[in-house]
Design a protein around this ligand. Structure first.
Ligand SMILES: Nc1ncnc2c1ncn2[C@@H]1O[C@H](COP(=O)(O)OP(=O)(O)OP(=O)(O)O)[C@@H](O)[C@H]1O
Length: 384
């Protein structure tokens, strides 16, 4: 069942005389109970996309166009008997669709505040530094519960906080400790517990393992998986590290320069990789099982996104770029259909394996060449 459906989402930041096109026409769907990943190099728009869901963009950021349909119920939309008023579709005041989904992009600040924590919780980047040093860790979770569920008693909230800590593998007795008494991994787990305080249906985790050593990283990923199983929560996880995604995601979108370049299930992305950018990204990270493999990084750096030209965002670093790539950014092609028919066919459904590349009909050759280090080195020489 669909929990979040993002349609043609474009986000801009206003800077001086131009706009930064941080996210451009993004389309993807997160189902209930699944882990969906957004992966790509720093600056490709992952955090911007995640923050926009909860209206937490920097003040110069704005949603240019698009929709974010979410299957949630706003408290102020309950009727006198406390029943959700999902049936409201003819009332212009409510951006609710016939199937009961709400367009988060159109909610007012107060409406979105009711969604935050209760329905969608965000674990921001460097979250472990966000724990308040002067309050006990347990009290911070209690505070989060009481703020969003005022009808809960302090005692109940206290019990829930301890239970949450236990569920993420922290001894409940440690609820009385301060953040500085926790290790890095414990702080991150405490932040996960805090995010789960109000039992949200969507948890957004922005770089949950960055800055942690490899062993702790693995534990945090296991923790997220367990949380998901126990609570049935959907997780939108953001990482620059494609090997982290291989560990935990059911499906994912690979982003570059504000665009989704490839989209699909974990198997689509890792076994049937179709986009040159994804192929390059895969080469540049060790897989969990093959730590010793030779790593090849993609030469060059991501494009600046101020008023970008219409061409493919990746073309300047792409060893497979052709003339078409200069003219316009490619649409998302349906990989399986193209492989079957040999003809370029656009993806009609964002659940299908899609790749934004004009050469999706030459995949065998591209995959073979992309594995060779010299393929990427040649691009570096050409672009200098
Ligand atoms: N407030 C802002 N004003 C102008 N540009 C911004 C602002 N915030 C982000 N950007 C730009 O928007 C683009 C996307 O940034 P974003 O932080 O979303 O990327 P990211 O993939 O999450 O990278 P990182 O992991 O480094 O945060 C980048 O080019 C960034 O420089």
């Amino acid at each position: 069942m669909t929990l979040l459906e993002v349609n043609d989402l474009s986000i801009r930041y206003a800077v001086e005389d131009a706009d930064v096109h941080a996210v451009d026409n993004a389309n993807f769907t997160v189902d209930s109970g699944e882990t969906y990943g957004l992966v790509g190099e720093s600056g490709c728009g992952k955090t911007t996309l995640a923050k926009s869901i909860l209206h937490l963009l920097d003040s110069n950021g704005y949603i240019e166009s698009g929709e974010m349909w979410f299957d949630g119920t706003l408290p102020q939309w309950e009727d006198g008997n406390g029943n959700p008023r999902k049936e409201i579709i003819d009332d212009d005041r409510y951006p609710v669709r016939a199937d009961g989904m709400t367009n988060l992009a159109e909610l007012s600040d107060s409406q979105i505040r009711d969604i935050r924590w209760r329905e969608v919780a965000l674990i921001p980047q460097s979250a472990m530094n966000a724990l308040n040093p002067v309050y006990k860790v347990g009290d911070q979770i209690v505070e989060a519960i009481l703020r969003h569920e005022p009808q809960t008693t302090k005692r109940e909230a206290d019990e829930r906080a301890r239970d949450l800590l236990e569920r993420v593998g922290i001894d409940p007795e440690r609820a009385d400790d301060y953040a500085h008494e926790f290790s890095g991994g414990m702080k991150q787990r405490a932040v996960i517990a805090m995010a789960m305080a109000c039992n949200p249906s969507l948890l957004i985790a922005d770089e949950p393992t960055t800055a942690l050593d490899v062993i702790i990283q693995d534990r945090i990923l296991e923790e997220l998986e367990q949380i998901q199983e126990e609570f049935g929560v959907s997780i939108l996880v953001i990482s620059h590290d494609i090997s982290v995604m291989a560990e935990i995601c059911d499906r994912m979108a690979v982003m570059y320069g504000g665009k989704i370049m490839e989209r699909g299930t974990r198997d689509d992305i890792f076994r049937e990789t179709a986009n040159p950018y994804t192929l390059g990204l895969k080469n540049s990270f060790p897989t969990i099982t093959q730590k010793q493999q030779q790593l090849v990084s993609i030469p060059g750096s991501p494009p600046h996104l101020r008023d970008p030209d219409p061409g493919c965002r990746f073309r300047k670093r792409c060893p497979f770029a052709v003339e078409d790539c200069e003219r316009s950014h490619p649409p998302m092609y349906d990989v399986a259909s193209v492989e079957e028919t040999g003809r370029l066919q656009e993806a009609m459904d964002d659940r299908r394996h899609g790749s934004a590349c004009y050469r999706t009909d030459e995949l065998d050759e591209i995959r073979t060449k992309a594995m060779k280090e010299e393929t990427w080195k040649e691009t570096a020489t050409q672009s200098h």
